[in-house]
Design a protein around this ligand. Sequence first.
Ligand code: DX5
Ligand code: ZN
Length: 216
Amino acid sequence: MSNIKIAPSILSGDFANMGKTVELVKEWGADWVHVDVMDGVYVPNITFGMPMVKALRKHTDLVMDVHLMITLPEKYVGEFCDSGADMVTFHPDASKDVQGAINIVKSKGKKVGLVVNADQPFSIAEPYLDQIDMLLIMTVQAGFGGQSFIEACVDKIRLGAEAKKKYGYKYDIEVDGGVSPKNSSLVIEAGANVLVAGSAVFKAESPSQAVIDLRK
Ligand code: DX5
Ligand code: ZN
């Protein structure tokens, strides 16, 4: 299915060779580069920030899909846009000004997404569905790669797809967390069209085959 986009998460890549990592993502036939930013406050883990996005921009022409797992994203979304992100996605439950953060990303001419974390209800994204370019449904609690897929979260993908159909919204539906060729058909059937995969791609014997299998 060619309308399905695969976004490998470089969280599972080689942190000492991130330039090479994003180049490999393209060689493997994937569509987007998923960049997981964690601040140690919203989530218990810390990864990297704007300088990494800026450095990686020189190594890829793929869409850089930046997933901010940070508190008060409204303080940083503008800088992530300026650093070369194409899409900036944040957690509304981490924000005190969701509308403000959306406005900043849009004013920079970039795409904006909202995330529904595994422990959050679909309703946290609902007031903004008419404004966003992407709805990201987490199928693990954000914070670490390599966790097990939570099947109960698939219902929220369905809610996102139903709202899209009912009201004519335009957002992509991305799914993130424990996604593999074993469950990709389930999430695609539920309505997802962008699949994030960390371990399933980077730890595969053949990452390019994994990208092909995820699309099925
Ligand atoms: C988790 C991150 C995910 C993670 C996915 O907080 O948002 O993007 O890297 O990794 P896997 O596919 O291994 O669950
Ligand atoms: Zn992510």
